[in-house]
Design a protein around this ligand. Structure first.
Ligand SMILES: [Zn+2]
Ligand SMILES: [Zn+2]
Length: 136
């Protein structure tokens, strides 16, 4: 199955060929900046299954953090595409809002609810974790 997506202006396009590894919503304070206030809702794919098919994203990583994530975004329209994280070195973490069919995905867990705001929504049907879920 090929899953496609891209940024708001269309300059960046990507495809994923493979199954999702995880899907979650992150309520951490950093994600609130990146989304504009809400939780970040993401689906995780294997890095090898993900490729850009149009355009080259800009990237940003904070230099003041020891193990920062690298954020991919469109330098024209500003859409955040996804993130490479040192905690998931073989994965590409994709923001569901950039998928062509975001309706096909749902978060399976809420993480970093320690930073959750009162106006964030978490479904009663998914588990919540104060920080990250315990490693299996
Ligand atoms: Zn764009
Ligand atoms: Zn977060």
């Amino acid at each position: 199955m090929v899953i496609a997506g891209g940024c708001y202006c269309g300059e960046i396009r990507y495809e994923v060929e493979g199954m999702q590894e995880a899907a979650f919503q992150c309520h951490c304070r950093e994600c609130q900046y990146i989304t504009g206030g809400n939780a970040n809702i993401v689906v995780v794919f294997a890095e090898k299954d993900f490729r850009y098919t149009k355009g080259v994203p800009s990237t940003f990583a904070r230099s003041d953090l020891e193990t920062p994530v690298k954020r991919h975004f469109c330098s024209t329209c500003g859409t955040g595409i996804g993130t490479r994280s040192p905690s998931r070195p073989d994965s590409m973490i994709v923001k569901v809002g950039t998928l062509d069919h975001p309706r096909d995905y749902e978060a399976k867990a809420a993480i970093f609810t320690c930073d959750k705001q009162a106006y964030h929504y978490i479904s009663d049907d998914i588990p919540s974790f104060d920080k990250r879920p315990p490693k299996k």
